[in-house]
Design a protein around this ligand. Structure first.
Ligand SMILES: Cc1cc2nc3c(=O)[nH]c(=O)nc-3n(C[C@H](O)[C@H](O)[C@H](O)COP(=O)(O)OP(=O)(O)OC[C@H]3O[C@@H](n4cnc5c(N)ncnc54)[C@H](O)[C@@H]3O)c2cc1C
Length: 473
């Protein structure tokens, strides 16, 4: 095996070159420790990945809100940037306009991550499927094989952990060729004309529906031909990623209050008439030739998808670059299995990272990869890994996964562990008296208080993260 080893340390093995594994490998190498990154794509694919590129985004191209002042995922972005994240660096350089969100050109992003990893003097990439738990010689290793871990390794993990496999469903949304969207019916506008970084307030394409069109669309969704998935019956959906037809089944108005809400949008072709519902499409590549249907993840059969989505005004002649789909998503019961440095308690030296630990989302997966990489590098150098304070977004998410924050009588493993996006509910409450109005008055009114709490939590997180990293925020 030809490995790059211009370091006195022996290598750490990272299995899986997705968002978490790529970030973990980068952090280890930047700490001066060599890495061998094992990625199976190129030899074996998954049901959702389409390329051999590292850190491929399997569905949406959005890293969600980039607002570090009052949004938890925006705070996580900022903390990752402070910690020298490769994933954030490449996302920032491949940004496409998306209102207040950070969305990326998916190919440009993955190419940038691949180039940085493959050219790093301390990282060796091996294209191979790892079929079992790391052998003894790999004394330090990280498993970051994601929700679509190949079956042999998934079975080996199940045998080692002894726990029943946990799983839920994730669905992906279709992507449309922009030049097949009828712009005599649709118009460009961001909700409430919000202007994000590099944006114009016109970042989305909007398709208007009348009440009659909306009702016909909902009926068609409910009647549509669904993918058969009997073997997975009883597996729950992740609530943040419900298939659109499942939302439609929950009530006629559900979609109009969810992904099809018309608020903050004015039909440029007919400003006097308020649309009853709106379908939004977000730019998916830097060229602006592809747009994804926002919140339209689906398990409808391919034929049914094309037919039903062409009922949407403006999409009558839409051609799809990719249709939606449904995938099983596997994760481990981390609160019982992992310690605070993401090490498997039953096998010192073996860490887990990314979505397989039970976090949810691209940014969260990458951030847990970042932490696992730092912890493993510290261990290799004979240092004690130091977890981030629980007041940071890193620490809040880590504590959700490892269960360290549970102070009730319940054992961590006894609660039902559900994958979760980062959110302010995971952060500890503010210290008494932490909220003060700029004018010095004590009382906040209504929404003002909720916003002030988020802002104070965000600012505490960034300053504590900077101290943890030995930097200034
Ligand atoms: C269908 C689907 C849609 C999703 N959509 C979104 C979304 O829109 N937005 C969002 O924020 N999150 C989404 N997620 C959730 C999650 O953010 C992504 O799955 C994310 O890619 C997880 O990052 P990861 O690094 O943990 O796993 P991955 O990015 O999947 O990386 C794991 C890597 O490990 C490799 N691998 C697997 N088994 C082996 C093996 N045995 N040997 C070697 N290599 C192996 C895989 O090829 C892959 O490259 C989705 C998940 C799924 C399953």
């Amino acid at each position: 095996m030809n490995t790059k080893t211009s370091s006195s340390y022996s290598p750490i093995h990272v299995i899986g070159g997705g968002l978490a594994g790529s970030e973990a490998a980068w952090q280890i190498a930047e700490a001066g420790v060599p890495v061998i990154l094992h990625e199976m794509r190129g030899v074996r694919g998954t049901d959702a990945h389409k390329t051999d590129g590292l850190a491929e985004l399997v569905c949406s191209n959005s890293f969600r809100s980039d607002d570090a002042t009052s949004n938890a995922v925006g705070v996580l972005h900022a903390e990752m940037r402070l910690a020298g994240s490769l994933i954030m660096h490449c996302a920032d350089r491949n940004q496409v306009p998306a209102g207040g969100a950070l969305a990326v050109d998916r190919d440009g992003f993955s190419d940038a991550v691949s180039a940085a990893i493959e050219s790093h003097p301390l990282i060796t990439v091996l294209r191979e499927e790892v079929r079992g738990l790391p052998p003894k010689e790999w004394d330090l290793a990280i498993i970051a094989t994601g929700p679509l871990t190949a079956p042999d390794l998934a079975e080996a993990i199940r045998r080692e952990t002894g726990a029943d496999a946990l799983a839920f469903f994730d669905a992906i949304a279709p992507i449309v060729y922009a030049d097949t969207i009828d712009m005599d019916i649709c118009w460009h506008q961001s909700r409430y004309d919000k202007v994000g970084p590099g944006g114009t307030g016109k970042d989305y394409i909007n398709c208007p529906l009348t009440e009659e069109e909306y009702n016909a669309f909902v009926d068609a969704l409910i009647a549509g031909d669904k993918t058969g998935f009997k073997e997975w019956e009883g597996t729950p959906y992740f609530d943040g990623c419900l298939p659109i037809e499942v939302m439609a089944e929950r009530g006629r108005e559900t979609l109009r209050h969810g992904p099809m809400k018309p608020m903050g949008l004015t039909n440029a072709h007919n400003p006097a008439v308020k649309p009853y519902a709106v379908v939004q499409l977000r730019q998916d590549n830097a060229l602006g030739t592809l747009y994804n249907m926002v919140g339209f993840q689906t398990k409808l059969k391919y034929g049914a998808q094309a037919e039903i989505f062409r009922m949407i005004p403006g999409l009558e002649k839409a051609e799809f670059a990719r249709l939606g789909g449904l995938h099983r998503n596997t994760y481990i019961n981390s609160p019982t299995l992992l310690d605070q440095s993401l090490t498997l308690k039953s096998r010192p030296g073996l860490r887990f990272a990314g979505q397989i630990t039970g976090c949810e989302g691209y940014v969260e997966s990458a951030s847990i990869g970042l932490l696992a990489g730092r912890f493993a590098a510290a261990e290799r150098k004979g240092e004690t890994p130091s977890p981030p304070p629980v007041t940071t977004a890193f620490g809040a998410l880590l504590n959700h996964i490892t269960g360290g924050h549970i102070v009730s009588d319940d054992e961590p493993g006894k609660r039902s562990f559900q994958p979760m996006n980062v959110n302010f509910g995971l952060f500890p409450p503010l210290e008494p008296g932490a909220l003060t109005r700029p004018d010095g008055a004590k009382r906040f009114r209504g929404k003002e208080k909720a916003l002030a709490k988020k802002q104070a939590t965000a600012s505490r997180a960034l300053s504590d993260c900077a101290s943890w990293l030995g930097k200034t925020a």
